[in-house]
Ligand binder design. Sequence first.
Ligand code: IMP
Length: 194
Amino acid sequence: MKEILIATSNSHKVEEFKEMLEPLGYQVRSLKDLPEKIEINETGKTFEENSMIKAMTLHQALGCAVMADDSGLMVDALDGAPGVYSARFMGEDTSYDLKNQYIIDAVKGKERGAQFVCVISYVEKDGTATSYKGVVRGEINDCILGDKGFGYDPIFYYPPYHTTLANVSEEMKNAVSHRGIALRACVEYLKGRE
Ligand code: IMP
């Protein structure tokens, strides 16, 4: 059985990865399945660097195949912030209601363009490393809208759906999302290696 460790303990993400990888015959484990916590220092300045740091740190510690993602929201009017600091923006413990309202206020009267970015890095058992990027463009909505998804979804208006990504089903989000795009590219690579 082929095994892949997913470098996350976010159950939302684990399910998304499982859905794509299990049909290819992979047994998927996540950080929640590890007997002890492995320290990862996300010191990178780009999504590429951080996803590779996560994947390589775990691969070097455990010697197994690892897939890691790093993602975030980039707001045009804020010069790409919060970017790689999306989770830490205004402090890890600050609620997303507050973070989202802050961003809505910050773009008032300005250009509303924004994008979600995700980079997935995959390090195989033999150490071969590759990365895959997914981007979805949208706009910052003028109010918090929707209760599905997580994080910045309630302010991310996706024009083709005429609403925010927190207001559509998980299937609809995955079909167009940054993580969905990056994951499908990575899966194509895996298929080519079979
Ligand atoms: P990480 O990739 O787990 O480090 O997540 C980075 C942060 O970016 C998350 O904690 C969210 O704040 C934000 N983020 C990444 N992807 C999404 C998404 O699909 N929806 C909403 N927020 C997201």
